[in-house]
Design a protein around this ligand. Structure first.
Ligand code: F6P
Length: 529
């Protein structure tokens, strides 16, 4: 089967000659940076940029490399008839076929019915099925084999996320000449949770095939070192894990956003106009509260609806002057737990509107739709308060996007202390998403608190998202992945007592390694490792 014609939608591709002196990078991720879209009857297939932040986050490295990308198109294919490689912008894409049954067992099953809930503190009960595991191993092997075919001698390979944890080891065995990095975008759980996995040793060994394994937070990195030691008898030397004579650097690299792009969009007159339209469409309320999430049980959408309802019930918030907008992007409809979460969220939104809405306007505007980035930035600018309240989250880039969009320094970010972003964005109004009363108080504070103080905190947050942006993240990781990037022994880990950051307090945190600096507070010469 050959690929549908490609319509480039990003930067035009350079000639091969222009790029021939650039270093070779192979990105391996579950999804390609484009997805196949076809009109109803499937005849007019074309490729469009995939949703998700990975492609934007990698843009700075792609610019300075000859990049190949190995990934899945997002729709089922025949594994015996792989799609041809094709170019998109500057990137050569190598589709990995995934059959319908594999989509069910590898993607919806093991990735999103076992690993996703387990790694997010088992807030939804993870399911363990041998059949799902076998499909996961089969698809991981296919990714490793495709990568081994594609990579030139000595190339750097950067593998992404929980769907592909066996690939580093499989690839190392096929191609010992490669430099292999792995980055986990979601949390790596506490030992007690990870050890439940019947295939825990295989996954740990899979990751140790890499030269560098990166995590969003120092806690995740430390959890991984501990399980490598306990399950495989590996030796921990400073931040590295050594096993059978091979050293894997285990580091912390909190992912950032392309903050300049968001700022530029926020300043665009078309966005400013759209922001005014949005507020007008909402009835020009005094206060707009906003949530933007994939519709996922980890995101804590229901907890913010519960807190909002309680504030309406008690009269602390007036439905005549306040609107809560919740954008819930459709996601993983067929994976366990998602349909139930959707039903619960929609029931709650409907009930709040039934009790507090008016003929002229709803108390909650709920959209189960994806929005493009310009529309999201206009929404961010329209929102007085942004609610990011996941029960658990690897990072949460929406929190960073909201801040980057607040070029006016207005707006208040309410942020869960269980999002990776909380380790960096300590000037947000921090909440425990399991504490509805606390969330009510946080919303009240955000709406009615001292505006000057909130603006000062926002100014610090804005500086942080620009300094520790996507380019910074990718550069830190690539620097450590270069063969000469790290000394043979990285400095010993300085194990500090675990604490939870107090709301707005800089300098505390859950870290056992130095956290990246906000406002120069914690790190100067230290880099996140
Ligand atoms: O946060 C993890 C992640 O896999 C992202 O990389 C991705 O953008 C998002 O979840 C959506 O995932 P999926 O590919 O399952 O739609």
């Amino acid at each position: 089967m050959s690929s549908p014609p490609l319509v480039p939608t990003s930067t035009p591709s350079d000639t091969a000659a222009e790029r021939s002196d650039l270093p070779e990078l192979v990105v391996v991720a579950n999804r390609l940076p484009v997805k196949r879209v076809s009109d109803g009857d499937g005849t007019d297939a074309r490729w469009e940029r995939s949703p998700g932040g990975l492609v934007s986050a990698l843009e700075p490295v792609v610019r300075v490399s000859r990049t190949s990308w190995v990934g899945w198109t997002g729709s089922p294919d025949e594994p015996d008839a792989p799609l041809d490689a094709f170019e998109h912008g500057r990137i050569k894409l190598y589709p990995v076929p995934v059959s319908l049954e594999e989509q069910q067992c590898y993607y919806e099953g093991f990735s999103n019915g076992t690993l996703w809930p387990l790694y997010h503190d088992a807030i939804f009960v993870p399911q363990f099925h041998e059949r799902w595991w076998e499909a996961y191993a089969t698809v991981n092997r296919r990714f490793a084999e495709r990568t081994a075919e594609v990579a030139v001698h000595g190339a750097t390979v950067w593998i992404h996320d929980y769907q592909l944890q066996l690939v580093p080891r499989m690839l190392r065995e096929l191609r010992p000449d490669l430099r292999i990095g792995f980055f986990l975008h979601i949390p790596f759980p506490a030992q007690e949770l990870f050890l439940r996995l019947p295939w825990r040793a295989q996954l740990t060994d899979g990751l140790l095939g890499a030269d560098v394994v990166g995590f969003q937070t120092a806690v995740g990195a430390e959890n991984f070192r501990l399980v490598a030691k306990r399950l495989l008898g590996a030796r921990v030397e400073g931040r590295a894990v050594v096993r059978a004579g091979r050293r894997t650097h285990v580091g912390t690299y909190p992912v950032g956003i392309d903050a300049d792009r968001i700022r530029d969009l926020a300043l665009d007159p078309a966005t400013v106009q759209r922001t005014a339209e949005i507020r007008a469409e909402l009835g020009n309320p005094h206060t707009v509260l906003l949530g933007v999430d994939r519709l996922d049980y980890t995101k804590g959408i229901e907890v913010r609806l519960r807190a909002y309802r309680a504030l309406l019930d008690s009269g602390r918030i007036d439905p005549a002057t306040t609107v809560f907008v919740q954008i819930a992007q459709p996601s993983r409809d067929e994976a366990p737990g998602y349909a139930e979460t959707r039903a619960m969220v929609e029931q709650m939104a409907g009930s709040i509107n039934g009790d507090f809405g008016a003929l002229g306007g709803a108390a909650v505007k709920y959209l189960h739709q994806s929005q493009d980035l310009p529309e999201l930035v206009a929404l961010y600018r329209a929102a007085d308060v942004m609610l990011v309240t996941p029960f658990r989250d690897g990072m949460n880039l929406v929190a960073k996007e909201y801040v980057a969009a607040r070029v006016d320094l207005d707006g208040v970010l309410i942020l869960s202390e269980f999002a990776g972003a909380a380790h960096q964005m300590r000037q947000a109004v921090m909440v425990n998403p399991f504490d509805v009363r606390g969330l009510e108080d946080a919303i009240d504070e955000a709406v009615n608190g001292d505006r000057r103080q909130h603006r000062r905190r926002m100014a610090t947050l804005v500086r942080g998202v620009h300094r520790d942006d996507a380019a910074w993240w990718a550069e830190q990781f690539m620097r450590d992945l270069r063969p000469e990037g790290l000394p043979a022994t990285t400095p010993a880990t300085n194990v500090a007592p675990t604490t939870i950051a107090a709301p707005g307090a800089a300098g505390s945190g859950t870290s056992t390694e130095p956290e990246p600096a906000i406002d120069g507070a914690t790190v100067s010469s230290q880099v996140p490792a």
